[in-house]
Ligand binder design. Structure first.
Ligand SMILES: NC(=O)c1ccc[n+]([C@@H]2O[C@H](COP(=O)([O-])OP(=O)(O)OC[C@H]3O[C@@H](n4cnc5c(N)ncnc54)[C@H](O)[C@@H]3O)[C@@H](O)[C@H]2O)c1
Ligand SMILES: O=P(O)(O)OC[C@H](O)CO
Length: 300
């Protein structure tokens, strides 16, 4: 809407939006008047942005008509299939133009009009540029990318790494441990991106290091807070249930672990988070497993 478009916000529960529950982290926030809220399915649009939890993207997408380019805003891997958002949408809409929006973006800060940067990726380079132009505003700066695989991997994996970072701080293992863990996780993601056909350099961009910086240090992150509670000894399911909103890393950790295994890529941090969330190991064992790995070259 701030870019001058007329926006229709299709919501499952429009009453919650009008009751002012749309931004719990931004008390007093009201939707701009240029936004129409509805629960009627959109029939026509120039562009659609899908911002639902990853595990519901297929079901939500299946209710829509392929009437416009579609941009996935979710960050995760579909647990049942191991697919990324654009792969899921590609199965539902094989003929639509698809893009993904990702980066260090807490929604409440964007809604407040604070400056932010993000990346818009599509396998069609010209489309990525066009969509980035369309959605950029003076405070929301978009960069185009032709590496949707790397961008989606970064967005999905940062949730898992944020859980690890939160757990490290919850268990009082120290800031050195957190910094070391995040850095080694970046090495895992670079290997995985390469194996999946993505670009390694994308992981040093907004959807990679950018989003890791935000979510692994920002207490507003739901994934970080889930990790914090788990690090303090709370079972993961209980911690997830106590959260306001979705912590995508919960379902994405096991899915990403399986994806890495299927491609023969070693991802010890992701594997450890998956085991921790499944209750197979506790924090003591998790730390011991990572620290006991054989010494090797940093960039082997
Ligand atoms: N919140 C953020 O700051 C932020 C920023 C960038 C990306 N994202 C990504 O956007 C996606 C959605 O995140 P969010 O913060 O809006 O999540 P959320 O927890 O606020 O949930 C989003 C909406 O999904 C709806 N929903 C819940 N279950 C559903 C179902 N079964 N079918 C359809 N809709 C359902 C909820 O009613 C809610 O309105 C996630 O993948 C997240 O990683 C979030
Ligand atoms: O609250 P989180 O952990 O889902 O993070 C929200 C956004 O993805 C941050 O970029």
């Amino acid at each position: 809407a701030r870019a001058g478009a007329h926006v229709t916000l299709w919501a499952r529960n429009p009453a919650a939006l009008s009751a002012g529950r749309v931004m719990p982290r931004l008390p007093g926030f009201a939707l701009p008047e240029a936004i129409t809220v509805t629960d009627a399915l959109p029939r026509q649009a120039d562009l659609m942005l899908l911002a639902c939890p990853m595990q519901h993207l297929r079901a939500v997408g299946s209710t829509l008509l392929p009437c416009a380019p579609m941009i996935a805003c979710c960050k995760g891997i579909e647990q049942a299939t191991g697919l990324m958002p654009l792969q899921v949408l590609g199965e539902v809409f094989p003929h639509s133009v698809l893009g993904v929006l990702s980066g260090p973006n807490f929604a409440h800060e964007i809604a407040a009009g604070l400056p932010a940067a993000a990346v818009l990726a599509s396998s069609d380079r010209a489309q990525a540029r066009r969509l980035a132009d369309l959605l950029t505003t003076p405070a929301f700066r978009l960069y185009a990318s032709d590496d949707p695989t790397g961008v989606q991997l970064g967005g999905a994996a940062k949730n898992v790494v944020a859980i690890a970072a939160g757990a490290t701080m919850g268990a009082k293992l120290g800031e050195n441990a957190r910094a070391g863990l995040i850095t080694r996780a970046i090495a895992e993601l670079a290997r995985l991106s390469h194996a999946l056909g993505g670009k390694v350099e994308t992981l040093s961009g907004l959807a990679g290091i950018g989003d890791l910086l935000l979510t692994c240090t920002g207490a507003a992150s739901r994934n970080y807070r889930l990790g914090l509670a788990v690090g303090q000894g709370m079972p993961a399911r209980e911690a997830a249930a106590a959260l306001e909103g979705v912590a995508e890393g919960m379902a994405t950790a096991p899915a990403l672990h399986l994806l890495a295994q299927a491609h023969g890529v070693s991802t010890p941090v992701i594997a450890t988070v998956a085991s921790l969330l499944a209750g197979e190991i506790d924090m003591t064992l998790a730390a011991r497993a990572l620290l006991a790995r054989p010494v090797g070259h940093e960039f082997a």
